[in-house]
Design a protein around this ligand. Sequence first.
Ligand SMILES: NC(=O)c1ccc[n+]([C@@H]2O[C@H](COP(=O)([O-])OP(=O)(O)OC[C@H]3O[C@@H](n4cnc5c(N)ncnc54)[C@H](OP(=O)(O)O)[C@@H]3O)[C@@H](O)[C@H]2O)c1
Length: 279
Amino acid sequence: MQKVAFITGCSTGIGRELAMQLNNQGWKVVATARRIETLESLEKAGCLVLPLDVTEPRQIKKAVRDAVEICGRIDLLVNNAGYGLILPVLDIQEEELRRQQNTNITGVIQLIQEVAPVMRSHGGGTIVNIGSISGVAPTPFSAAYCASKAAIHAWSDVLRMELQPFGIRVVTVQPGGIVTDFGKNSRKTVEANFSKSSWYAPVEEYVFARANTSQEIATPVAVFVKRLIPKITRSNPSALIRIGKRSFTLPLLKRWLPSALLDRMMMKKYGLHALSPRM
Ligand SMILES: NC(=O)c1ccc[n+]([C@@H]2O[C@H](COP(=O)([O-])OP(=O)(O)OC[C@H]3O[C@@H](n4cnc5c(N)ncnc54)[C@H](OP(=O)(O)O)[C@@H]3O)[C@@H](O)[C@H]2O)c1
């Protein structure tokens, strides 16, 4: 029986590569994205492609219904869609905050609520939530993103216990830096929202630099996905998977360095040491 994987955010990056590699390994892949035209090559390769903006609850219900109608089951759900809102906390408008949370948190939960009953009906499955090392070791100018990923780590921990009795495994993946469009998309959030009147205008270049941090030292996406697949498709996957550049060092620094020292290092890296009340 062919196993079925349902993946969000397949237009680029991790989602796209995961869809392609799982498809090549014989899985039936339901590849979803909000811009369906980006999925043409995945469709040609044999994936079922469906439109899905994870901030639209009606689209979530329809995509899951269509996937089950066509494929009959869902064995693996990968909540991958997400982006990083990069802005100083004082500059974040409510609408932007809501969009970040709806995409990175609420959409994930709503999808799990739709898919879990499907998995239970055929004896179980695996749910993979893509968190981030940023949710473990937060940095300046990325609070909204880091908090959204820390929240997903907590939701996953609870879901892992609540769904285990029904044969549904829940896995948190905390990637380090992976080469994708993530940096480019984060930069767009700064360009759209950062203003010259910000307290942080004197260190503007550091805010932009934060948007690209994940891409500074990064693992090729194909390498990341190749290492990820055997870990998430085994019958007893680990609760937590960390792969990619800095995915081991950052949690270690966070755990063992005194907070005051780590704060000083981060403040220097992101230019905050250069600011003063008189600026
Ligand atoms: N790359 C890294 O270094 C890194 C590190 C840690 C964690 N992550 C996480 O990995 C996941 C994948 O990111 P990536 O690195 O592959 O970046 P990416 O290339 O920017 O891909 C992000 C994907 O999410 C999709 N997306 C965003 N908002 C969406 C929405 N409302 N509905 C449906 N899809 C939406 C994007 O679609 P559009 O093309 O339509 O925007 C795109 O397909 C994210 O959750 C990210 O937080 C990445």
